[in-house]
Design a protein around this ligand. Structure first.
Ligand code: GZL
Length: 323
């Protein structure tokens, strides 16, 4: 190989590397983040991981907590547009009602990335969506229960997430798909606990009262671990044993559910990573660098954890992850 060719190769490699490095670089960029609130342990972890990821990438993050109100999110997004930020992250509390404000962002040529929940709006109104496959999460939870109860009759009560949110809609759908065709399993009561511990406890108390002191309830399926932890307290207050008298299956895999699983008070959880911001910032960096269009949907993993999966070790592992 001639010296000229070697030099040309080296230059090409250097350019490629610097472009790649440049593509990850967001230093100096201003990014607005409209976060739903801090309704659950998982949400709090998502917020701290997003702030960490922003700091690592030199992003100037403008954070807005909406206290679980869509009107506050819309106000925050309009504020980011007025500030002329370089990009906007949104975790949309519910699926509908976003077209107008997302159109305003598009007209201002500010890319929007959705985190952890979806919207019923045209896909050209956001650059990409980083979320789990929430139908799959529900299916994994349902399949665990099908496999656990076998042919035994099992009356299930369901604690739904926030009404109108994509995780509540999708996790319900997936769970029902998994138990369909198994006549011994049925959902006898279903109500929203709004993804919070306190509401999860309150609604579970109502289910127990309505179902013969809980004696007729075989399992509780909670759309997130925080509602499951609230339900566990209600089951104990009723003099029943969570995890044995009433099986407990939920989603998120936050540290506290591993404490419950280790104590035999919960049975299974489906993991949801709190790091949606990493893939979001990677997509933004490439897009802002040279217009690279990311996949429209970036799907994060969902994994089942039970008492067979070293719950104490999983607790310890997560404690350092921003929870
Ligand atoms: C799901 C996410 C949900 C979590 C809850 O992607 O939006 O919101 O499962 C949180 O803990 O409230």
């Amino acid at each position: 190989m001639t010296i000229i060719t070697k030099l040309a190769l080296a230059a090409g490699l250097a350019t490629a590397l610097s472009t790649a490095a440049f593509a990850q670089d967001l230093s100096g960029k201003v990014v607005g983040f409209s976060q739903i609130g801090s309704e659950s342990g998982w949400r709090a972890a998502e917020t701290s991981v997003t702030k960490q990821q922003a700091e690592e990438r030199g992003v100037d993050l403008k954070f807005a907590d909406a206290q679980q109100k869509q009107e506050n999110q819309i106000k925050a997004i309009r504020g980011f547009i007025a500030q002329g930020v370089d990009a906007i992250l949104v975790a949309p509390v519910v699926a509908t009602g976003w077209d107008e404000v997302l159109t305003e962002a598009k007209e201002a040529e500010i890319p929007v990335v959705l985190l952890d929940r979806g919207v019923d709006a045209s896909e050209d109104l956001y650059l990409t969506s980083v979320a789990s496959d929430q139908v799959k999460e529900g299916r994994v939870a349902g399949q665990w229960l099908v496999d656990t109860v076998g042919t035994e009759e099992c009356k299930i009560v369901e604690l739904q997430g926030t009404v109108g949110s994509t995780p509540a809609i999708n996790r319900k759908q997936g769970f029902e798909e998994a138990i369909a065709g198994h006549d011994n399993l049925s959902i006898i009561r279903s109500q929203t606990g709004d993804f919070t511990r306190s509401k999860g406890k309150e609604v579970m108390e109502g289910f127990i009262k309505a179902e013969n002191g809980g004696a007729d309830i075989c399992a509780v399926y909670a759309h997130n671990d925080d509602m499951a932890v609230g339900a566990i307290q209600a089951i104990k207050d009723a003099g029943l044993k969570p995890g044995t008298d009433i099986l407990v299956v939920s989603i998120d895999a936050v540290p506290d559910i591993f404490t419950a699983i280790a104590a035999g008070e919960a049975n299974a959880t489906v993991e949801l990573t709190p790091n949606m911001a990493g893939p979001a910032f990677d997509a933004l960096a490439a897009y802002l660098a040279d217009g690279t269009e990311p996949e429209k949907f970036i799907i994060t993993e969902s994994k089942l954890y039970t008492s067979a999966d070293d719950p104490q070790g999983e607790y310890d592992r997560r404690k350092g992850l921003g929870y």
